[in-house]
Design a protein around this ligand. Sequence first.
Ligand SMILES: Cc1ncc(COP(=O)(O)O)c(C=O)c1O
Length: 395
Amino acid sequence: MPISRRGFLTSLGAGGAGIAALPLIGARGREALYGLPPMPQNAPAASASRRRDRAMASTAGMIRIDSNENPDGPGPRVLEAMHSTFSESNRYPLQLEQALIDAIAKSHGVKAENILLGCGSGEILRVAVKALTSSDRALVNPVPTFESAANYAKFLGTPVRPVPVDRKLNLDLGAMADASRGAGLVYFCNPNNPTATVHGASDVASFIEQVGKSSPNTYVLVDEAYHEFVAKPEYKTAVPIALANPQVIVSRTFSKIFGLAGMRVGYAIGQPATLNRLSGWVLDSNVTQLSLAAAITAVSDRDRIATEQKRNHATREFTTKFFENAGYTVAKCDANFLMVDIRRDVRAFKTACLKHNVAVGRAFPPLMTQLRISFGTMDEMQVATKVFKAVLTEA
Ligand SMILES: Cc1ncc(COP(=O)(O)O)c(C=O)c1O
């Protein structure tokens, strides 16, 4: 039987008795993990396995450090804004849509016409693929990276040009630029999920310039889902480039630092004519009334952003140190997750951790020994690292 999260954390305590004290999910409990509701028959294989993974992670009592979510959730001001908007649920959300667009525009110092809202930034990625690629205008996609754009391209029958990351897990920008000739769209995830690696502002600018010279009709989408977590001084947002260059779009999300993954809000920033190519493909009123209210408050809640940055920094240091002290190599990371080479198959490691109520990232082929771990609360990371230690020792 899965135990409650509170009970699980209490059973360990700060000076817990180690792995001997860790509860195991029994045989029946483990079966229950896989007893999920059926997927629609026509669901693509990738989303079926992602759904299975997420459903396992959401089992009661599980420490969920598998999906780069924010463990704290929305702050009190955001919750209050949502509560006070419940009574508006009978209205289509036109006014709040404009209010959110204005609030986002203000936060970036841009005009409302430079913003396109999405049902999560996932919708922005999809509509960019839909609008800017075709059967003879490929998508250029790093491997591994966040897979949504490539999965959708494959679903549409658009050719995908995969470009492996380099040995340090950085995007291979030279190879991506070569692959961009004649392509419709380049997906540039910075920081890259799942490798957590970050490219500095001059790398990004010269990559875009190079693509512009060798393939002027190719678009570049810079996905900055993890922007607020980056501390690397060379890094800068590509928003100014997107405002100046009609071939560039930046996407952002409320799912990470703002803790609103369940509310599904994201957006694109770019020139109005560029965004017009995408906007016809998004659903009218694609963000709900409550989500809009939440995001309007979240975007200006500077204290909450600072608190989350601090928590993330502390858990990142703690988790990185744990692996480095244990002799494992952590890729240079700047996000709310890290990638570490555990020198064994990630799938077996993940299954072993699940038995101890810790859900870690799945395997990201072809990097089958590289484990992605999202940062939970400090309490959660203390428990999780004990489990990691035990599982690594067992093997
Ligand atoms: C790099 C990246 N982009 C986009 C997304 C999609 O986020 P959402 O649709 O929740 O905004 C994710 C989700 O994990 C991600 O990692």
